[in-house]
Design a protein around this ligand. Structure first.
Ligand code: ATP
Ligand code: MG
Length: 326
C-alpha cells in the first residue's frame, strides 16, 4: 500500500539553469521505497544519480532546481517546503552519507560531540542520556572502544572508521530514510564489504529504508531489493535485483553487466559499452542510448521509447524489437 512507502517519488524532474540552457539532469523519474527496503540506483557517471539524492534531501544549489513532480517522505510532500522545514526533516527523518566522510563531518569538533549535538537538536534529550545514546550507536556500527573514540577528531580516524562514524551520525536520530551516495567507493574492498553489510543489517534491524547509489553493479546486486538503472537522467530499467541480473531487458543494462564481467576476466580491457554519455544539452532525438546501442534501429533514433511494464515490477524503456534480440 502507498501508505507503507517511506519514499515515493513521482515524475520528478530537476536540472540546472545555465547560460547555455536548461540541463535536464533528472527527467520524469518515479521511484518508491517501502519500509525496510534497500533500493539501488545504478548508472554511469553524470546520469543524474546524485541529483535525485540532492533533490530528495532538499540540497540542490543554484542554478539547480526541482522543476516538476512530487517527493513524499512517509506521506509528507517535500517539494515546495521552506529551507527551515527541510532542515528539521534532514537529520531527523532522512539522512545522507557521502563518498567522502569529511564532507559531512566537522573537522574541528570531536566526533562524539558532533553526534550528541545532532541528538540535542532533533530530540528532546539531556546531555547525559544523549552521550549514552551516542556511545551505544558507535558500538552498534562496530567501533571498538567507543568511550575512547568519543573525543577523537575526524582526522585521527582511518578512512573505514570515519565512514562508520558518518553512518553512526546519520543513524543517530533513527531516520526513516538513509540515502547512501557511493558510500564505499573510496574504501578498500574488505572495508567496503563490512560497511555495506552494516548498512544492510541496520536497515533490517530498524526498518530503516535505504536508497543506495552506486555505479558498481556488484555492490548493487549484493545489497538491493529493487534496482533502478539510469541513463541520461531517465530510468531505463527497473526490476527486483534477481530479475535484473537474470533477465535484464535493456541493452544499456546488458552493457553494464558485460563491463562487470570484462573487468573480472580481464581487468585491463575497457568496459564493454563503447562511446560516451550524451551531452544533456544536446540529447539525441530518439532514445538517448541509441548512439551507443548495438541494437539500435531507425525507430530508436527518431522516437523516444516510454517506460513499459514487461512483467509485474519489471519496467524497461526500449522498443520491443530491440529487446527481443538481446
Ligand atoms: N552546476 C551544474 N551546472 C550544469 N550541469 C550540472 C551542474 N552540476 C551537475 N551537472 C550535470 O548534472 C548531471 C547529473 O549529475 P549527477 O551529479 O547527478 O551525476 P551522477 O550520476 O551522480 O554521477 P557520478 O557517478 O559521477 O556521481 C551531470 O550530467 C552533470 O554534468
Ligand atoms: Mg554522484
Amino acid at each position: 500500500m502507498d501508505n507503507d512507502l517511506t519514499l515515493k517519488i513521482e515524475h520528478l524532474s530537476s536540472g540546472f539553469f545555465t547560460e547555455r540552457g536548461y540541463v535536464p539532469a533528472v527527467d520524469d523519474v518515479s521511484l518508491s521505497i517501502g519500509k525496510g527496503q534497500v533500493v539501488g540506483i545504478v548508472g554511469e557517471s553524470g546520469c543524474g544519480k546524485s541529483m535525485i539524492a540532492r533533490s530528495v534531501m532538499g540540497l540542490l544549489k543554484y542554478p539547480g532546481r526541482i522543476t516538476g513532480g512530487s517527493i513524499k517522505l512517509a506521506g509528507q510532500e517535500l517539494t515546495g517546503m521552506s529551507d527551515g522545514q527541510l532542515q528539521r526533516i534532514r537529520g531527523k527523518d532522512m539522512a545522507m552519507i557521502f563518498q567522502e566522510p569529511m564532507t559531512s563531518l566537522n573537522p574541528v569538533v570531536p566526533i562524539g560531540k558532533q553526534m550528541r549535538e545532532a541528538l540535542l537538536l532533533h530530540e528532546k534529550m539531556d546531555k547525559i542520556s544523549a552521550k549514552a545514546e551516542v556511545l551505544k550507536m558507535l558500538e552498534h556500527v562496530g567501533i571498538s572502544e567507543p568511550k575512547k573514540r568519543y573525543g577523537a577528531y575526524p582526522h585521527e580516524l582511518s578512512g573505514g572508521l570515519r565512514q562508520r562514524v558518518m553512518i553512526a551520525m546519520a543513524m543517530i536520530c533513527k531516520p526513516k530514510l538513509l540515502i547512501a551516495d557511493e558510500p564505499t567507493t573510496a574504501l578498500d574492498v574488505t572495508i567496503e564489504a563490512q560497511i555495506l553489510r552494516l548498512i544492510r543489517s541496520l536497515s533490517r534491524e530498524t526498518g530503516m529504508s535505504v536508497l543506495l547509489i552506486s555505479h558498481n553493479l556488484g555492490v548493487i546486486a549484493q545489497m538491493c531489493d529493487t534496482v533502478y538503472v539510469m541513463y541520461a537522467g531517465k530510468i531505463v530499467e527497473q526490476a527486483d535485483a534477481y530479475t535484473l541480473f537474470d533477465r535484464h531487458a535493456h541493452p544499456y543494462t546488458k552493457g553494464l553487466m558485460d563491463s562487470v564481467i570484462d573487468l573480472k576476466s580481464n581487468p585491463r580491457r575497457l568496459p564493454a559499452i563503447g562511446g560516451v554519455v550524451p551531452n544533456l544539452l544536446h540529447l539525441p532525438a530518439g532514445c538517448a542510448f541509441s548512439p551507443r546501442c548495438p541494437r539500435a534501429m531507425d525507430r530508436c533514433r527518431e522516437e523516444r521509447p516510454e517506460l513499459e511494464e514487461l512483467a509485474p515490477g519489471h519496467l524497461c524503456r526500449c522498443f520491443e524489437e530491440g529487446r527481443e534480440r538481446l
